[in-house]
Design a protein around this ligand. Sequence first.
Ligand code: SAH
Length: 479
Amino acid sequence: MKTPAIVILGSASLPVARQIKIALPSAVIYGLENRTTSADQTYSNFGDLVRDLFSQCVPIIGICASGILIRTIAPLLNNKWQEPPILAIAEDGSAVVPLLGGLQGVNVLARQISEVLQVSPAITTTGELRFQTALLSPPQGYKLINPEDAKGFISDLLAGEKVRLIGEAFWLTNSQLTFSPQGKLTIAIVGKDLQEIKPNPTCLVYQEEEAKTGQLIIVGTGPGSAEWMSPEVRSVLLSATDWVGYKTYLDLVEYLRKPHIIRHESDNRVELERAEMALNLAVQGRSVVLVSSGDPGIYAMAAAVFEVLEHKQICEGSENRQDACSTVQSPYQNIEIRVCPGISAMQGAAAMVGAPLGHDFCVISLSNILKPWEVIADRISLAAQADLVIAFYNPVSKDRRWQLEKAKEILLQWRKPETPIVLAKNVGRPQQEVKIKSLIDLAIEDADMRTVILIGSSQTRLVKQSENKQWLYTPRHYR
Ligand code: SAH
């Protein structure tokens, strides 16, 4: 499919156009000149642009009334095999209407767009609704060899005929089609060679195309709730073939999982193995999402992936010293890797109480599993001396209890006992609990594995909004 065009008539449509680009990052936004600023391209005449795009078979996503699109294109309609997908989207994003291009995957586009706009697409194709799969436009990686036979085939299916399946495809086995070895109709999945199966009016043949480039997208789902997950991450999760991650994190997004997405869950401790497994799945051509909570680059899986990438590099032309390599070969050189950010626990915690991270701050993990305690103790001491606000991640765990007490001792050498601190547990989750206390009152029992702790600087202070409401903030200046 060619790169879609999003056509808008005025600036009011830009927010929806940009949301659509989250689902279709390569799409180009065309804005009417003098009516729109900051579109990717401008045009002067709507009819000329749409007809031109249509004749080049470019998918058209019009943020306008469906009638305008229909009237503009109507004179050109003469061959349904060559129509690009055409969709009308309501200016406020409340309706996604696929109009034409069923054979070119208009419903697939409508679903992708609807997911980011969080509405139901107006799908009207009976076969697709009934069978929950589009026989005319199969998912990426499959090609229908005999589309000319599909119309009669689908009519027979709608009349109740059963289907015999030769070969295997997840999108068919997960559909509502009625399969039976005795079926009068046949669907065959074939590889590169068409083999002996001959397409005919009672046998649709799908050819598996060459494996596409695999992807590994490393995402952070935010601290917990759906509102704090970015639309990009949501869209990436929905379009994956595989999810990899720690069980608790996968459970947090399970409500988004479609039946064909495979879940690979693991223990929290085996980060490098998990990263390697995700990379290897991508090498096989899968679209893999590696799931972390919060932000994937903050004490999470993104760094683990790059560590595996580094260790698996094969360095040629030197004694394995990276900087002296003449060429670097990697088993992962052909896959696409991308990192999608998320809201980290400290940001969620800060937002709950005001703006404690409003000035310089630093982040320290109290876990001494991957680094020695002396390094951590030094950092706490230096951060306290530098008067930085400090966010502590991994403050305690079942087997690590004393580190937080020690951290408190070090802090009290430099910070006043009444320094405000924030104890934020399960931020953004139903069991959220956020408390403000004084440093001197910090107790181990206040924290668990799902708590992030913010330690105020000498400037961090409480401000009253009313008798019952106060906020915590760190001013942006020293006076
Ligand atoms: N990538 C995550 C951090 C993972 S390290 C992020 O950016 O948020 C795990 C630590 O993060 C936990 O021990 C806890 O300190 C903190 N944490 C993660 N989610 C949290 C939440 N919802 N509420 C409070 N703290 C959380």
